[in-house]
Write a protein that binds this ligand. Structure first.
Ligand code: ADP
Length: 487
């Protein structure tokens, strides 16, 4: 990997704790980061514990006051420089991301630019943290509302977007004047460390941002929920862990933002543009090898176009190229872990045992390791595991439906409510279905909805809070009401 980097020092092997870079020396436990495509070791990092988290939180508490006292413009200028450095070093950052996570290099670069776009966006928003002046309720009273940063924020992020999931939390937090302690997933901490290194170069004050590398997620999670210096926990990951963190946060009534699991329906109506629907399904289902929380998980196709859609989808899936993310033309990398492959296999065998048919794929890939064949299942029904659980892998299950009312009922029959998608042309139907889907996000005639300018987030057990857009600062702000008596 080093040989592929213009700046090998961006492959950082130390954690950033309260302004100090802590390396994996004899004083610390260690863990190894491996490349999921090859199993090769990429880096050895310190396996930090609660003591390190406490120092980082302490430093963040000290750093936040001066940072919050700066003008929005000053904070914006630092974030802007950070964004520019990420763009400048996007190729190196993409190499590091592909090495630790496996996604194809082009997708990795896309993620770096996507992550950077949040830093740019919130740099711009830093100047626009507006309050209100409300007409007084009595002749001698004046009412003023201001927005203030919540304080020290802790963030826990997953491995599927090692750069962007963190960037879109840190950017709004720092923009409004908070400080931040991050714990990236142990599978993919290197992108977070490179991000922090460039943040330091951009001029982030010492101690404002820490990145704790650790395999001791549960212990750190406990600390992040109960340390009284922390005012906010922002989490992206599974619904199971999100619930644990919310419970743990209850004792100090700590604010939380949660981006949790999804079970996205993707609906194709009879009048849809089928080629566009196939293109949308390919992006929504197979991007990142099916390992995103907004991936189509259940594909509902109306009976009039079911066979035609299935045929076109299978042709597109068979054109995917599975391989190492650094190879030219590869569209699909390995899965992140052996456990992820096991889940995909379990979902497929559960579906086929109950009558689904394999239209393509279905097995581990000839490349071995955690590579898996992109798969399409037809004849899928609601009693199969794929209908209820997030597969988080390259499996498209095709359900057949007859009426709009039926498909809306089936699409909403889940505890999740993150992303949903549908393809239709009839204008009345477009509005009816978009309004009826119980999801935080609806892609209409598109399979790609993520952007920094729009509010990303879920309802029901998919979470709370929104990331990106003009709403994205709210998660990191408190509202203060000042009542002024003219006396
Ligand atoms: P995934 O299936 O994507 O790994 P997880 O929710 O298990 O989803 O992991 C997301 C993040 O949460 C990772 O950084 C992981 O280390 C962390 N994590 C896992 N378990 C806990 C826990 N009990 N408390 C706090 N963080 C946790």
């Amino acid at each position: 990997l080093n040989a592929r980097l213009t700046r090998p020092d961006l492959l950082v092997t130390s954690a950033l704790v309260g302004g100090e870079w802590v390396s994996a020396d004899a004083a610390h436990q260690q863990f190894i980061v491996t490349n999921p495509a090859t199993g090769a070791e990429i880096a050895t990092l310190p396996d930090l514990d609660v003591t390190a988290a406490r120092s980082a939180i302490q430093a963040a508490e000290q750093a936040r006051h001066n940072w919050a006292a700066q003008t929005g413009k000053t904070r914006a200028s630092v974030l802007r420089r950070w964004h520019d450095l990420l763009i400048k070093h996007a190729d190196d950052l993409a190499e590091i991301l592909t090495a630790e996570m496996g996604k194809p290099l082009a997708e990795a670069k896309g993620e770096i630019l996507y992550g950077a776009s949040y830093i740019e966006w919130f740099a711009e928003e830093a100047k626009r943290i507006y309050g209100d002046v409300i007409p007084g309720h009595q002749p001698d009273k004046r009412i003023i509302v201001i927005k203030q940063p919540v304080g020290v924020v802790a963030g826990i992020t997953p491995w599927n977007f090692p750069n962007a999931m963190l960037a879109r939390k840190i950017a709004p937090a720092l923009a409004v004047g908070c400080s931040f302690v991050a714990k990236p997933a142990a599978e993919t901490p290197l992108s977070a460390l490179a991000l922090a290194k460039l943040g330091e170069e951009a001029g982030l004050p010492t101690g404002l941002l820490s990145v704790i590398t650790s395999t001791q997620a549960a212990l750190l999670g406990q600390e992040f929920c109960t340390n009284p210096l922390l005012r906010k926990l922002t989490f992206t990951g599974s619904t199971k862990v999100g619930k644990i963190l919310m419970r743990q946060s209850a004792d100090q009534v700590q604010k939380t933002s949660m981006e949790l699991g999804g079970n996205a329906p993707f609906i194709v109506f009879n009048d849809a543009d089928l080629d566009a629907a196939v293109e949308g399904a390919m992006i929504s289902k197979y991007r990142n090898n099916g390992q995103t929380c907004v991936c189509a998980n259940r594909i509902y196709v109306q009976s009039g176009v079911y066979d035609a859609f299935a045929e076109k989808l299978v042709a597109a899936v068979e054109a995917l190229k599975v391989g190492h993310g650094t190879e030219d033309g590869v569209t699909t990398g390995p899965m992140i872990t052996a456990a992820a492959v096991d889940k995909v296999e379990a979902h497929i065998s559960n579906a086929t045992a109950r009558g689904a048919k394999l239209a393509t794929g279905g097995s581990r890939h000839a490349l071995g390791g955690t590579f898996f064949e992109p798969t399409v299942l037809t004849g899928v029904t609601f009693d199969m595991d794929v209908a209820r659980e997030e597969t988080f892998g390259p499996v498209a299950p095709l359900f057949r439906f007859e009426t709009e009312a039926d498909v809306i009922a089936q699409a909403n029959d889940t505890e999740f409510g993150l992303a949903s998608y549908f393809f239709a042309r009839d204008l009345g139907q477009v509005f009816r279905v978009a309004e009826a889907l119980e999801y935080g996000m609806v892609g209409i005639n598109t399979g790609l909805i993520s952007t920094e300018v729009a509010p990303f987030g879920g309802i029901k057990q998919s979470g709370q809070g929104r990331e990106g857009s003009k709403y994205g600062c709210d998660d990191y702000l408190e509202t203060k009401y000042m009542c002024l008596g003219l006396g």
